[in-house]
Design a binder for this molecule. Structure first.
Ligand SMILES: Nc1ncnc2c1ncn2[C@@H]1O[C@H](COP(=O)(O)OP(=O)(O)OP(=O)(O)O)[C@@H](O)[C@H]1O
Ligand SMILES: [Mg+2]
Length: 421
């Protein structure tokens, strides 16, 4: 099986492991080639507790994705999540050293290093340094300082940290599944890349990824990440509230939640009656949808109140004109955007991946936002690497141009051949 020219996203979630295979296309877009999915099992609240179990799920999902895409998978951009994730704003300052006071790539590297000098608890390590803006001699709002002139280069950057042990367990699980980690990427950052429109990224928006065991938050403004946080609470808590409240097994509670669950309770029906199996007996109890909704509602309100508190921790100075975008499997509960909007006092919409080609329909659901976002991150990284190579060597851009031309020609012939049959 061929293995070149594909980008793979691997989302290790509390309830499921997802592998998405894609092929980069011009202008930062990509074509989805394959999807694989397996129940995960070995995680609690986003953190791995059973490496072998998770490795098995990764292998299962990767094999499915390989069969569908016809490409062998050897490495992936892997999502990282859990309540141990931290997000700190910091500044770095250096003197500009290029000839004639021109900023050279080494200056940018040094200023990003300077921004990483922060006191960290021993077990935390840095996983991302995301420049929000560069400042040259007091002039701010610069996104690419290379080639500009001045004496003093500053950067304002978002430093994302995670617990070293949790990071190691993710890497171990992936390696035990026979893959290597291309890069670890914060899951809410990935989700934000998949679901936000360019205008929302510029204006300021918050992405809330409601998963099974976690609720992840990414606050994005002026095109880059402002803050990220992960709460150890998710849609599985709603299921267990229903199981306890209705005295029914978890599997039935899950089914009832998906089929009949809704919020706010005021929108639920008194006349829609559901038969609920009672644990330990052969009996079935009759329960109205309104009773279900009255069990679900307080938990959903609690989740969005915690989201609000987490957003306050970010100390974001402005408003969020882009509003909130809800994604993740938990967002599929009926009425979620309405209740979220009431608690957060923001406009809220549902978000799922869009804007890509190929088998895009297969991943057009809030369930796949993180996995598709990981692919989007990977595609951007590859493009950045190519741009840097082109900048360093005058022959680089020519070579990349030839390579891209050959690649496009090959894809064109491949598609023509496929369409012929
Ligand atoms: N149609 C639906 N209605 C209500 N809830 C749903 C629906 N579909 C899925 N869910 C819930 O979504 C949750 C799973 O979401 P998701 O797949 O995003 O989580 P995950 O990525 O595995 O977990 P996490 O991100 O927390 O590590 C489950 O708790 C499930 O009950
Ligand atoms: Mg998830």
């Amino acid at each position: 099986m061929p293995r070149d020219n594909v980008v793979v996203g691997l989302d290790i979630g509390t309830t499921k492991v997802v592998v998405v295979v894609a092929e980069p296309a011009p202008e930062g877009t990509f074509h989805i080639l394959g999807l694989g999915e397996a129940p995960s099992g070995g995680l609690r609240k986003g953190v791995i507790i059973d490496i072998e179990g998770v490795a098995r799920a990764i292998r299962g999902a990767a094999e499915q994705a390989e069969r569908m895409s016809g490409h062998r998978i050897s490495s992936a951009y892997v999502g990282l999540t859990g309540p141990h994730v931290g997000s700190i704003n910091n500044r770095g300052v250096v003197a500009i050293t290029g000839p004639g006071g021109e900023v050279v790539p080494e200056d940018v590297e040094r200023v990003l290093q300077a921004a990483q000098v922060i006191p960290l608890p021993a077990e935390q390590r840095i996983i991302h340094v995301i420049p929000r803006q560069y400042i040259i001699d007091g002039y701010d709002g610069i996104t690419d300082p290379v080639g500009m002139c001045g004496a003093r280069l500053e950067v304002e950057a978002q430093i994302v940290t995670a617990a070293g042990a949790a990071v190691q367990n993710v890497v171990k699980s992936v390696e035990r599944a026979g893959l290597s980690v291309e890069e670890l990427v914060l899951s809410p950052l990935a989700s934000s890349l998949a679901v936000l429109q360019p205008a929302e990224r510029e204006l300021g928006s918050v992405v809330i990824d409601l998963g099974g065991g976690t609720t992840e938050i990414a606050l994005v403004s002026q095109g880059s990440l402002w803050y990220a946080g992960v709460l150890p609470i998710g849609s599985e808590h709603i299921t267990s509230d229903l199981a306890v409240g209705l005295r029914t097994p978890l599997a039935q509670a899950e089914e009832i939640k998906r089929e009949y669950g809704c919020v706010p309770a005021s929108q639920a029906s008194d006349s829609l009656i559901i038969e609920v199996p009672v644990v330990g007996t052969k009996e079935k109890r009759k329960v109205s949808q309104r009773v279900l909704a009255s069990i679900i509602e307080p938990r959903v309100e609690e989740i969005f109140h915690l989201v609000k508190q987490e957003m306050e921790k970010s100390k974001f100075p402005g408003l969020l004109p882009g509003g909130a975008v809800l994604t993740g499997g938990g967002s599929l509960l009926r009425g979620m955007p309405q209740l979220a909007s009431e608690v957060l006092a923001l406009p809220v919409r549902l978000g799922w991946p869009g804007g890509m080609g190929g088998l895009a329909d297969m991943v057009a659901s809030p369930l796949y936002s993180t996995a598709v976002g990981l692919v989007s991150y990977g595609v951007n990284r590859i493009a950045q690497g190519q741009a840097a190579a082109a900048r360093e060597s005058p022959w680089g851009s020519l070579w990349i141009g030839i390579k891209n031309w050959w690649h496009d020609l090959f894809i064109g012939i491949k598609n023509w051949w496929r369409d012929l049959f």
